[in-house]
Design a protein around this ligand. Sequence first.
Ligand SMILES: [Zn+2]
Length: 247
Amino acid sequence: MANLETVKKIGIVLHKTPVKEADAMVNCLGPDGRFSFYARGVRKAKSKNAFSLSELTLGEFACVSSTGGLLTLKEAYGNRNFLKDDDFDAIAVENFLCELSSHIFFEEEGEGASYYPYLLEALEAIKEGFDPLSIAFLCLAIALREVGYGLEVNCCVRCKSREHITAISFSDGGFICLSCYGQGEDSAEDEYLLRMYRYAFRLPLGLMRKNSFRKEFALAGLIELEKYFADCFGYHLNSLRFLIENC
Ligand SMILES: [Zn+2]
């Protein structure tokens, strides 16, 4: 018999990709970053693991590792589900967070470990009833920052001045001051929105519930940042459209 090592993983289920008739590939994010495993029979109605593998469940997953490193689920233990299924805005944002988190950390196993505590904080905040749109904006900014696409929000990205910040340039990667404004494709921004960017890209862990944003600005910021995301990664987050139409 082949030598199979048992591996225990902890994480939040983000996405399941159906395979064959009843199996699925399950993507998760945990304290050690992104991981995925193969789950046999999980899409059968009577599967004992179905609850533990539902989206946004924080659980423990005992897997066997083949020599090639592929993990196959042996047993799942769901500890907590974050889905706020009594609130449509919250569901739309949670969908968005699942798509964002499972797509932005895609290059290698283990990526996204530094983002995981923020995701946990975000899901706890939504579950408690904190404004989900503000959380969506913050998470998008933090995920971009953690993957190396953060924006310079402390000073003008061109001349380093901290005075008279008036615009943002996504192609240059940060704030633009009044003197430098207009040299490229800068978009002049409302002061409120600039403050939101500064707050989001500098946000430390544990302060996500400190401020919420006005709805029209949260939506405007999300649309703008998602466009930046698409420019960086070459595809759009489809769940944003659903979020905008329904929130
Ligand atoms: Zn400048």
